[in-house]
Design a protein around this ligand. Sequence first.
Ligand code: 6PG
Length: 256
Amino acid sequence: MASIEVFPDLGRLIHAAAEHFVQIASEAIVKNGRFAVALSGGSTPRPLYDLLACEAFIKCIDWSCVHLFWGDERCVPPEDSRSNYRMVREALLDAVPIPSGNIHRIRGEDDPELAAAAYEQGLRSFFGSSAAKGLPGAGFDLVLLGMGENGHTASLFPGSAAITERVRWVMAQYVEVVSMWRITLTPVVINAGKNIVFLVSGAGKAGRLREVLEGPVQPEVLPAQVIKPSGGRLLWLVDEAAARCLKKIRSESLPS
Ligand code: 6PG
């Protein structure tokens, strides 16, 4: 089941995302005693992580039960300005009381193939193998994703072999368009998630968002289209600037 919520601006999109984050986390912790989330990199989610670290939200979550993973990572050291881990550490980790053992970063400083294999091993031991079968509810409680202007998501870029991967949970690839090695979750484990939430903002993404949501299905060209939860929920949180080209989906400003 997929749905879309359109907001007047990024600020209200981010506030709604924080409320969804807290609700999903609280439900997971009550039900299972833990909340496992794969965080998105890039710039759009940064204000979400900043907001979750604010007084109003930080007290809403039992951080001792939260397990943070990343949907993808750039193959750079953790202190590198391009590191998704560093972005989250600065915005969130330095402010919340999460046990260090609950922070499951991708080791961008290591050999990409070895780091991908190690991250996959960590995921498999955390989730068990049922997530690999895409069993509903067998994966992350929440997967946060962004979408690039070329329709990529996580580090699933157009033409990437990871888009059609059916076995591995994590892959390392050299990505020409960004001239760097990237490590990414594959659709196998993303689509096993209970809640998958895209955050998309800005006019620069409007045309691509329409192609992804309303155009022909061609995931090798538009990797965001490969994201289809096997049993969970898919939610697009977008601002009006990004939604302006949508034809079938009426872009309505929801109350903030
Ligand atoms: C990354 C992200 C990537 C990102 C999109 C959108 O490592 O950069 O995982 O998939 O979500 O590129 O990025 P923005 O939010 O900065 O537009």
